[in-house]
Design a protein around this ligand. Structure first.
Ligand SMILES: Cc1ncc(COP(=O)(O)O)c(C=O)c1O
Length: 376
């Protein structure tokens, strides 16, 4: 394998609930969830059963044929999505979802400028990376597919000045994940909505990391009552099965016909079964309530030890530390707790499964409390 990842010093063998069991028999509390993927934790009986049953019934068929399970997943997604998003195009990852969303915006408007927000991360493919903040050092392609400008985050005045009728799309993560779980203000998101609407630009909400219940709402835009024209989802979408989706308004979707978009694996039956079941479990197990309760508990109990304040939403939280977050991550790992770092060197990221329990948060608070202060 290419040595493109820094890897942690343990090898998972299996996992159950919020716990990873390593080859050496260590039990590690997973507050990182495989980069915000394990929404239902590990081994959730309903998800495991749905995947097993779908696998034995029909492992794969492409979009050349209609599938009941694909229709069921699309209907479930549209039901939980922000108002007005009525069409679905299934893909395989977050970057692929954003790539298609940006293509759709350019095709719909005929314009060739896209605005993103400073500190944003949208993925590694050509268009998604073009709208990723500071991607130049690894971008790699000889040219970007469209003109790109970045709106300073939370600067509504700048947004209003920059969004005009040359803009095809504005793409935004309502809670900036990789940036360190930074929740953009409702006022800024509403300004983006108003300004894009006024000049016929497409508003794309990238909810690859913030979506599927992680913010305490199915999608973080819903907390502000802002309905985008396109929304992208991946990561937690299938609870661990790789998949992604682009949702769009009917007036955007009606532009697309046979041959305009495509993918082999997107909307495959196992992914579709995983999506439909993940949505079902989030609803029946009342996980949105749990996310809000655990968020409140973390914000009350975990500003201790090296943690100075907490930002973000739901279980997409940034613990702002008094020292490099990597030092805190390593110290917590010594206590058998897995957390993540972020692009902000002082922010430790929590992307825990939505099934996180109160006793897990208490364990985290105790561990943070025992980390010694910085000695000068
Ligand atoms: C907000 C956001 N968008 C897009 C992506 C890219 O998703 P993927 O890694 O599935 O391509 C990520 C990945 O971290 C993300 O956080």
């Amino acid at each position: 394998m290419l040595p493109v990842y820094g890897q942690l010093p343990f090898v998972p063998e299996r996992a159950v609930g919020c716990e990873i069991i390593t080859t050496g028999g260590r039990r590690i509390l997973d507050l990182y969830g495989g980069h915000a993927v394990a929404a239902l934790g590990y081994g959730h009986p309903q998800l495991t059963r749905a995947i097993q049953e779908q696998t034995s019934q029909l492992l794969f068929q492409s979009n050349a044929v209609a599938l009941d399970i694909r229709a069921k997943a699309a209907e479930a997604l549209v039901r939980i999505a922000p108002d007005g998003l009525e069409r679905v195009f299934f893909v395989n990852s977050g970057a692929e979802a954003n790539e298609n969303a940006l293509r759709m915006a350019c095709m719909t408007t005929g314009r060739n400028k896209v605005l993103a927000v400073t500190h944003a991360f949208h993925g590694r493919t050509a268009a998604a990376a073009a709208v990723t903040w500071k991607s130049d050092k690894w971008y790699g392609f000889p040219a970007k597919p469209f003109d790109v400008e970045f709106i300073p985050r939370d600067d509504s005045e700048a947004a209003t000045a920059m969004i005009d009728d040359t803009v095809a799309a504005v793409i935004v993560e309502p809670v900036q994940g990789v940036a360190g779980a930074y929740a953009l203000s409702g006022e800024f998101l509403k300004t983006l909505r108003k300004a894009t609407q006024a000049c016929g630009a497409v508003l794309i909400a990238d909810e690859v990391q913030s979506g599927m219940g992680r913010s305490g709402h199915f999608f973080a835009m819903q907390a502000h009552g802002v309905d985008p024209d396109i929304l992208t989802s991946a990561k937690s979408l299938g609870g661990g099965i790789p998949c992604g989706a682009v949702l769009c308004r009917e007036d955007v979707g009606m532009r697309f016909g046979p041959g305009d978009l495509g993918t082999t694996f997107g909307g495959g039956p196992v992914a579709a079964a995983a999506i439909a079941t993940t949505i079902d479990v989030i609803e029946t197990d009342r996980l949105l309530d749990n996310v809000r309760q655990r968020e409140a508990q973390i914000c009350t109990q975990c500003i201790t030890g090296p943690v100075q304040r907490i930002q973000g939403k739901g279980l997409l939280l940034g613990l702002v530390c008094d020292r490099p977050a990597v030092e805190v991550r390593n110290a917590l790992l010594d206590y058998d707790i897995l957390t993540g770092t972020s692009a902000d060197p002082h922010v430790l990221r929590i992307l825990a499964p939505l099934v996180l329990e109160a006793l897990h948060v208490e364990h985290l608070a105790r561990a943070l409390d025992t980390i010694p202060p910085i000695t000068s």
